[in-house]
Every structure is written in structure tokens, then in C-alpha cells.
Design a binder for this molecule. Structure first.
Ligand code: GUN
Ligand code: ZN
Length: 445
């Protein structure tokens, strides 16, 4: 592990973005430096460019970590994931509401124990780094100690993380319910302890409309008004039975999104998981409010929820901010490469082909934009935070074989997102320090 205080540098094939590949031709949006150098100091990137140009500017004692022909990308961004569901990833046979009852709620009940929370948070963060993910928007459980455990482990790594305590005051097992008052008070205390500390931000986290009373949603809106810079994360229009239930519980609201809007929960830094079944009116509302959608393809396929209309969401007339989410435990992998591969297939099923440059943009710069963090993370450029991952095109024999036939970086990116997974991440850097290598693991093994 290197220290972020001193200058550090990595050499390899840099891939990053100069523009949005949904607005301009993908090859114009992609920036490639075949033999590139990223120089980092004080947690930030100070220089990005050709190795031959920059090598003479380095401090005399700076060692360059050379990754050969591996790709150096901004760290991946996961905009929707549940760390307490790691123990129930790959649970068989149910769709959303029954899956929650049968697997998720019992698993989340165990997080009343701070040791369970700490151990799972460590394992989860180790898995994120193994996948090349350096920022995530994370659901904890209803227990405040689950948030303390997550944030204290994330702080130890120095990673930019967003997380919050789930709010749930109805339609959940008794041992997982808070109340309007305890949910508000516990969230306010967690905001005081963690929001804005180091690189951590708090997300007010009503689980979804089914498990919160209108009064609890109002209290969530009040928290957002009372503190600057908070995020808000919840689920929206994922599954048809869920949508029917919400319509029954909130007959006075014009749509599922309107339930949240009425409570003041729709705005910049609001992250709505899924939105599989929303229509034009809701896309417009997300666009005008600068709220974002988290596209979670492995989850939507695993639970049989439906096909997200990515290209409709991103329509240039009223583009909605979209990030990618793994949504583990409904999602089947913490790897953004695996998630991109499934996003491609979901798009194919809607009659559209997701270009590899668009796909990698979603996992990095687009994800950052969906979190309103595009000025800090998601691209490799001077002044950006020094979070990156290194992708090895020779990670395993079939990948090596297919990669050797690639005639462009774009083709290689498509090969990586179709065949690749955690095995391809040879290193992950956070805040200018190497925090994970494939050979030696991370702080957390
Ligand atoms: N809707 C409400 N809670 C959840 C959850 O934990 N996972 C998913 N995928 N959808 C939800
Ligand atoms: Zn979710």
C-alpha cells in the first residue's frame, strides 16, 4: 500500500471520457492515452497524459507503478446496493415482495448485532474493491449501528461512500420497524456523526413507499430540508405487484413517483432504484428535478422485474441522469463489468444496442453525474479525486484469447464487459493509494 500524501504515479493505457457518448459519437467521447501516466498527490490527480511527456516532471523519489498494456480507468461507481444483503445474494425462487419476506428481512434482522454489521461491512467493502468499485450508494438496515459499522470501515479505506439507515415504519416484521420519531431522530444523529466527514455523505433512505407511512415520508423530506448536501435513496416502480400495492396504499397520489414528490423527496441527489415500469411523465419529472435513476440489470433479470428502458430514460429531449446499480442481494454480482454485460442484454431485449463506450461511461462518468459528483469522481483528469481501477485484458485464458483479436480499444471494452468480472481487476486505487491488488488482496483480504 502506498501513502496518498506523497506523489504516486501509474502507467498504462488510460481510458476516460471527454464527453457524454449518448450525446456525441462514442469514439469522440472516449479519451485514450495508449502509453499514459496518471500522477497523484494529496488524494487528487495532478496530471494525466503521455508517459513520455510527463515522466520528467515527476519528483525524483516517485516510483511509477507500471501496468503494461492494462487499461487504467476511473474507479467504478455503484449507485444502488445493499451491503446487509451480501449473506442472501443468490437466494432462489421468488419475485420482489416474497423475496423480501423470505430472505431479506430475516437477514437484515441480524444487523441489530454490531459485530455482524462490522464483519459484513468489511467483507462487502473488500468485495467492492475487488470489483474495482470505489464509490457506492449503499443501503444499510433499520439499525443505526449498521450505518456506524459501514461508515467507520469506509473511512478507514478513505473511500467516497454514500449510505444511510433504512426507514421502515410499516409492512415489515416488528423487529425491523422504526417509528416516525425514532426514524427521524436516529437519522438526524447519524447525519451529525457522519455526513461530510472525510469523503462520506449521508443518504436519507426510506426503503420504499410500501414500508413507510405518509408521515414517515414527510419526516424524510424534513431531514432533507434541514441539512445541506444530503442524498435521498429509495426504490421506485420495480415490480408490478409492488406498484399495485403502492397505488392501494396511496390512492390520493397520481403516480408512484408522486408519492415521493408529495413528501419533498424528488430533487437533485435523489437516487431512485429501478424505475423499470415508469412512463414519460415520470421521466420528465426526473429530468426537470435533476433526480436520478439507478439501472440495476442483474437484479431486474434475477427477480423477473422487467426491462429498464435505458435509451428512453436518456432520450436527448429530456435526458434523465442514470447510473448503474448492482442491487446486491437481488443483483447477482458486485462487478460492474458483469452488470454492464447484463445491461447490454437488457438493452438488446428492448431493441437497442448499448455501445461499449456508453456502457463504461455509465459505470464511471455517468454514474458520477447521476450523483452530482461529476466534478470530483468518474473521470481521470487533473483536480479529480484519485480513484481508479486497472483492467487486465489477459486475466484468464478465454479473455486473453479474445482480447488478442481485438482491433480497437472499443472492441476490447466490449470484450471486457461481456466476458469480464472481478478477475480482470488487477488493482484498485483510492485517494491516490493502492488499496487492493489481485495478488495480495486488500485491507480486508
Ligand atoms: N424494494 C424494497 N426493498 C428492496 C430491496 O431490498 N431490494 C430490491 N431489489 N427492491 C426493494
Ligand atoms: Zn435495492
Amino acid at each position: 500500500m502506498t501513502s496518498s500524501r506523497t506523489q504516486s504515479a501509474v502507467r498504462g493505457r488510460i481510458v476516460t471520457f471527454r464527453d457524454n457518448p449518448f450525446n456525441v459519437p462514442p469514439s469522440e467521447a472516449l479519451l485514450v492515452e495508449e502509453d499514459g501516466l496518471v500522477v497523484m498527490e494529496g488524494g487528487l490527480i495532478t496530471q494525466v497524459g503521455a508517459y513520455t511527456t510527463l515522466r520528467d516532471t515527476l519528483n525524483a523519489d516517485t516510483t511509477v507503478v507500471s501496468y503494461g498494456d492494462a487499461l487504467i480507468s476511473a474507479g467504478f461507481i455503484d449507485t444502488h446496493v445493499h451491503y446487509p444483503q451480501l449473506p442472501v445474494i443468490a437466494s432462489w425462487g421468488q419475485q420482489l415482495l416474497e423475496w423480501l419476506d423470505r430472505y431479506v428481512f430475516p437477514a437484515e434482522a441480524a444487523f441489530s448485532d454490531p459485530l455482524v454489521a462490522r464483519d459484513t461491512a468489511r467483507r462487502f467493502l473488500g468485495e467492492l474493491l475487488r470489483a474495482g468499485t470505489t464509490t457506492a450508494a449503499v443501503y444499510c438496515t433499520v439499525h443505526p449501528q449498521s450505518v456506524d459499522a459501514f461508515f467507520s470501515e469506509a473511512e478507514g479505506i478513505g473511500a467516497r461512500m454514500i449510505a444511510g439507515k433504512v426507514l421502515m415504519d410499516r409492512n415489515a416484521p416488528e423487529n425491523l420497524r422504526d417509528s416516525v420519531k425514532t426514524g427521524y431522530d436516529d437519522s438526524a444523529a447519524l447525519i451529525g456523526r457522519w455526513h461530510g466527514k472525510e469523503r462520506l455523505s449521508y443518504a436519507v433512505t426510506p426503503r420504499f413507499a410500501i414500508t413507510s407511512t405518509p408521515e414517515q415520508l414527510e419526516a424524510a423530506g424534513q431531514l432533507l430540508r434541514e441539512h445541506d448536501g444530503l442524498f435521498m435513496q429509495t426504490h421506485l416502480s420495480e415490480n408490478l405487484h409492488e406498484i399495485e400495492t403502492v397505488a392501494r396504499l396511496f390512492p390520493e397520489r397520481s403516480s408512484y413517483l408522486d408519492v415521493y414528490d408529495h413528501a419533498g423527496l424528488v430533487g437533485p441527489r435523489s437516487i431512485f432504484g429501478h424505475g423499470v415500469h415508469i412512463g414519460e411523465k415520470e421521466f420528465c419529472r426526473c429530468h426537470e428535478s435533476a433526480a436520478s435513476l439507478a439501472h440495476c440489470p442483474t437484479s431486474n433479470l434475477f427477480l423477473g422485474s422487467g426491462l429498464f428502458k435505458l435509451f428512453e430514460a436518456l432520450s436527448p429531449e429530456r435526458p434523465v441522469r442514470v447510473g448503474l446499480g448492482t442491487d446486491v442481494g437481488a443483483g447477482t454480482s458486485l462487478s460492474q463489468l458483469r452488470t454492464l454485460g447484463e445491461a447490454y442484454k437488457v438493452a438488446q431485449l428492448t431493441g437497442r444496442s448499448l455501445h461499449p463506450v456508453q456502457a463504461f461511461w455509465l459505470a464511471t462518468a455517468g454514474g458520477a453525474g447521476s450523483l452530482h459528483l461529476e466534478d470530483r469522481i468518474g473521470t481521470l483528469a487533473p483536480g479529480m479525486e484519485a480513484d481508479l481501477c486497472v483492467l487486465d485484458p489477459h486475466a484468464f485464458p478465454l479473455l486473453d484469447y479474445r482480447a488478442s483479436r481485438c482491433e480497437s480499444v472499443e472492441e476490447l471494452l466490449f470484450t471486457l464487459m461481456t466476458l469480464g468480472d472481478e478477475r480482470c481487476i488487477s488493482a484498485t486505487w483510492v485517494g491516490g493509494a493502492c488499496v487492493h491488488t489481485r495478488e495480495n488482496g486488500s485491507l480486508y483480504g
